[in-house]
Design a protein around this ligand. Sequence first.
Ligand SMILES: CCCCCCCCCCCC(=O)SCCNC(=O)CCNC(=O)[C@H](O)C(C)(C)COP(=O)(O)OP(=O)(O)OC[C@H]1O[C@@H](n2cnc3c(N)ncnc32)[C@H](O)[C@@H]1OP(=O)(O)O
Length: 194
Amino acid sequence: MSGRTTALTPPADAGPPVRHPEAPAPGEVIGAHYENCFGCGAGVPHGLHLEVRAGEGVAVTAEFRVKEAHQGAPGLAHGGVLATALDETLGSLNWLTRVIAVTGRLETDFLLPVPVDSVLYLEAEAVAVHHRKIYCTATGRLGGPEGPVAVRADAVFIEVKVEHFINHGRPAEINAALADPDQVKVVRAFEVNP
Ligand SMILES: CCCCCCCCCCCC(=O)SCCNC(=O)CCNC(=O)[C@H](O)C(C)(C)COP(=O)(O)OP(=O)(O)OC[C@H]1O[C@@H](n2cnc3c(N)ncnc32)[C@H](O)[C@@H]1OP(=O)(O)O
């Protein structure tokens, strides 16, 4: 955590993140939240197609195979794509807390180049909660889940209501999502939250 900015340090009165009693069991695959999501959706040909699994506590793991469409420098993953992989993995923590939250701040360290065709082994964990702010951290490793850290991030996610998306999203996609029973099911998963 060295060097992270003040905004990423939980205040002294922050509490621990709480795993929702109906969170997916450790090892269970957390399905895509939206088929057109660049991070997890099957409907985006050049997307990351992350498959995220629930971990213990408020943590998740995921694997991302870097494809040709994800290059920045020749043969290497684009940094923005790697930040997206971290962001998406962090966003999946929503399914363990059953709180809808969006990225407020994402601070990323790029430690090793990540070649095309390599697999990035991602892990994200919520570390503290202060009112609407969820402090969390993520790593991406090469070669295996215990391999060297290639990218890492500290982040603050901010809790929002579902109206955040309804009010700000483009009407065409919002209306399609509201008419899609699978999408409605995704939203309902959060309704049990107090
Ligand atoms: C249906 C299922 C779908 C589920 C969909 C899940 C999708 C996951 C996808 C992966 C994740 C993403 O990429 S999400 C997409 C990227 N992110 C976004 O688009 C968010 C854009 N930003 C916003 O809409 C807004 O700025 C919000 C909602 C983040 C905050 O606005 P607000 O609601 O007015 O809240 P505000 O009063 O400003 O702040 C509330 C508290 O948060 C703190 N705060 C606010 N911004 C920041 C910040 N950048 N860094 C640190 N802290 C911050 C404030 O200091 C305050 O703390 P205090 O004073 O109370 O202490």
